[in-house]
Design a protein around this ligand. Structure first.
Ligand code: SAH
Ligand code: SF4
Ligand code: F3S
Length: 449
């Protein structure tokens, strides 16, 4: 009987993408990859190390998995992948001896070998960062791509050289590396051929992309967007996550000139106080960020902005926090993620003695989230009465409905008669609720291809 594998992912979109690549690799070595743990012979936890809570979740999940058995009644093989695997390596097996192997994000092409070794009773740990896994990973079949739907992630850049003083990513994902243009284009063509209509380019610092162009030079993210836009079946292009200091003029211009590039930008600022930004090693100020936003909005006035914020960074005073609130008031976000600072082992900020008390940080987080939620609501309500193109992605939760997304990334619920999955339809937005929009298909649907 074919063995079954189940991959459970935590963390960011990079992990979601990696999970697809690991699934392809496992299929190539004879596994059936299933979407629930029940009956799986191999369980792979694809972990996140960004905040303490995320990392601790892994150990409670491992505790839960300890006694699990596979289809044939044998104990499941347990693998730990992702950023906790990279950060903690061997330590994971010490803390939870039921773990059979550990594999860091740059070593996924070794999966078949690790599984074989683990099956023979060894407890292999693969955390080397020096190889290009993409060169060695199995390609997905056309069927696998089609089954994943009409939108897809495509990692074009990995790792980070920025070393913000709170962040583990430079340690868990290694140095910044861009995939060559030809390799990215080949993968994109394969996705589009299998029916993908929207591609989101991924990188921890995606706008710093500088992939080799095969002629001795490098291509910027804007160049890459231009090349992708030339693919006929591809309707939409997005990218995430960006750093303010890598937002080149050509990329800003692409937001003005390239209709396939969606008017949505995730551009984290983290804090609004220059003193804190300096301590975070962000290398930009609140003022330079606001000025950058103004230039981007000049190029693309309807652009929806999203961001990340950390409250309670060591040494953050009430006045510093008010500066974050003021920046949010000034910029106005369509959506945002905000977090309480979490000290991470090995990062410079974790060792500081001026940590902010938990109750102060909680109170600040509540105030910030209330403001961001109000801004999101305002942005969504602003779309009611307007007509927007929607890419239909899947059947809705309710019978007779389908769900797609607006250019600004909100889910839009529309009648199923509007069209099929993969269609682009013009929708009149009639209501906004939470993060969702509702709409009717415009009478003369000028279905843009
Ligand atoms: N590369 C991206 C995002 C990295 S992690 C960037 O530079 O923006 C995603 C978000 O998690 C960060 O933007 C930050 O807001 C948050 N984060 C990272 N480390 C954190 C920590 N130690 N405590 C709390 N939040 C953190
Ligand atoms: Fe982390 Fe900063 Fe790099 Fe983003 S830019 S991944 S926050 S170190
Ligand atoms: Fe988490 Fe690693 Fe992504 S730490 S946020 S899974 S890069």
């Amino acid at each position: 009987m074919e063995k079954r594998a189940f991959i459970k992912s935590y963390g960011c979109q990079m992990n979601v993408y990696d999970a697809t690549r690991m699934a392809d690799q496992l299929r190539a070595s004879g596994y059936d990859v299933v979407d629930e743990q029940e009956g799986a012979d191999l369980v792979l936890l694809n972990t996140c190390h960004i905040r303490e809570k995320a990392a601790e979740k892994v150990y409670s999940e491992l505790g839960r998995l300890k006694g699990a058995v596979g289809a044939a009644g044998a104990p499941v093989m347990i693998g730990v992948a992702g950023c906790v695997a990279q950060a903690e390596g061997e330590e994971i097996i010490r803390r939870q001896p039921r773990v059979d192997f550990v594999v860091g994000p740059q070593a996924y092409h070794h999966l078949p070998d690790l599984i074989a070794k683990a099956g023979a009773g060894a407890k292999p740990v693969a955390t080397e960062l020096d190889e290009d896994k993409f060169e060695h990973l199995a390609r997905p079949s056309r069927r696998a791509v089609t089954a994943r739907g009409v939108t897809a992630f495509l990692t074009v850049q990995e790792g980070c050289d920025k070393f913000c003083s709170f962040c583990v990513v430079p340690y868990t994902r290694g140095a910044e590396v861009s995939r060559p243009v030809a390799e990215v284009m080949e993968e994109a063509v394969q996705l589009v051929d299998a029916g993908v209509r929207e591609i989101t380019l991924l990188g921890q610092n995606v706008n710093a992309y500088h992939g080799g162009d095969g002629k001795g030079g490098t291509a910027s993210l804007a160049d890459l967007v231009g090349r992708l836009a030339a693919l006929d079946g591809l309707a939409r292009i997005r990218f995430t996550t960006s750093h303010p200091n890598d937002m080149g003029e050509d990329l800003i211009a692409a937001h003005r000139d390239e209709p396939k590039l969606m008017p949505y930008l995730h551009l984290p600022v983290q804090a609004g106080s220059d003193r804190i930004l300096k301590a975070m090693n962000r290398k930009h100020t609140a003022g330079s960020y606001a000025a950058l936003i103004a230039r981007i909005r000049d190029a693309r006035p309807d652009l929806a902005l999203s961001g990340d914020f950390i409250v309670g960074f060591p040494g953050e005073t009430d006045a510093d926090f008010e500066a974050t609130m003021a920046l949010v008031e000034e910029v106005k976000y369509a959506s945002a993620y905000s977090f309480k600072y979490s000290p991470r082992p090995g990062t410079p900020a974790a060792g500081r003695e001026d940590q902010v008390p938990a109750d102060v940080a909680s109170e600040r987080l509540q105030r910030l989230q209330a403001l961001l939620t109000a801004q999101q609501k305002e942005f969504n309500l602003g779309l009611v009465g307007r007509r927007v193109p929607v890419l239909i992605e899947k059947p809705g939760r309710r019978e007779g409905q389908v769900v797609g997304r607006s250019p600004y990334l909100q889910p839009v619920h529309i009648p199923a008669s509007a069209g099929a999955v993969g269609d682009m339809v013009e929708v009149d937005i009639t209501a906004a609720e939470g993060n969702s929009l509702f709409g009717e298909v415009a009478p003369e649907r000028s279905a843009a291809a």
